[in-house]
Write a protein that binds this ligand. Structure first.
Ligand code: PEP
Length: 252
């Protein structure tokens, strides 16, 4: 898949913003953020807010929709889960896989993440594969080992023709929701490792790689200027339309 767009700005709303709040967010954001040629903006709202997102963004097809997770099966007795075909039918184009909160809270291990990525691609959605190390792993000097394991688990399980369609997000777990951001140098170094692992595993080395972890209007320009950082995945600062609009204006 070759329609990669840089910079990419992605908003992961996690378990925030219900349908009513989503409608007001989109209205306000659309006033603040003009269509930006050559950039991509993707929102990952909670499932229940997907309908409100689509209804309120009808006049703004530049604001793309994704879901925060999908089950690896297409249907079945999996209470509380949502499948990739359902996400697609509902209007999503993107899906996250392997977010550290899913890995930690819901037991998504490398095998499950690989199965989810394969399903996402099979259903014609675009996956954003999230990878990243914990503080303990970083302090133990295991950055490369962890990134290598997480990337290889997914890429080694995919047929060669599916490898090109991945987008990646490097999200150091110690920087997510903590207010502690990786320095631009840290981000550049980790993105180089991610790219090197993608190459080693036969993936496309010019893939889009996002940085995630306490991105804010105040650090967006420095992060986007770091070599190899193609965009950002934003949690907390994407919940406020002013703040996310400022982020989406960054890097120019
Ligand atoms: C995230 O959850 O993907 C994230 C990067 O969160 P935050 O921006 O709040 O650190």
């Amino acid at each position: 898949m070759q329609d990669d767009v840089r910079p990419m700005f992605a908003a992961n709303w996690k378990m925030h913003l219900g349908p009513e709040e989503t409608a007001s967010f989109v209205q306000r954001f659309a006033d603040l953020h003009e269509v930006r040629q050559g950039a991509r903006v993707v929102f990952f709202p909670p499932y229940l807010s997907v309908g409100a997102f689509l209804a309120s963004s009808r006049s703004r097809p530049d604001l793309e929709l994704g879901v925060q997770d999908v089950h690896q099966e297409t249907a079945g007795a999996h209470t509380g889960a949502v499948s990739a075909p359902m996400a697609k039918q509902a209007g999503a184009r993107w899906a996250l896989a392997g977010h550290s909160e899913r890995r930690r809270e819901f037991g998504d291990d490398d095998v499950a993440v690989a199965a989810k990525v394969a399903r996402i691609i099979d259903e014609g959605l675009r996956p954003v594969l999230c990878v990243g190390e914990t503080l303990e792993e970083r302090e133990a000097g295991e950055l490369e080992v962890v990134l290598s394991r997480q990337i290889e688990a997914v890429l080694s399980s995919l047929a060669a023709d599916r490898l090109p369609s991945l987008t990646y997000a490097y999200e150091p777990v110690w920087a997510i929701g903590t207010g502690r951001t990786a320095s631009p140098d840290d981000a550049a170094q980790a993105h180089a490792v991610v790219r090197q692992e993608i190459r080693r595993c036969g993936g496309r080395t010019d893939a889009v790689i996002l940085y995630g972890g306490s991105v804010k209007p105040g650090n967006i320009d420095a992060l986007l200027a770091a070599p190899g950082v193609d965009g950002v995945l934003v949690g907390g600062a994407s919940l406020d339309p002013e703040s996310f609009a400022a982020i989406c204006a960054g890097g120019v």
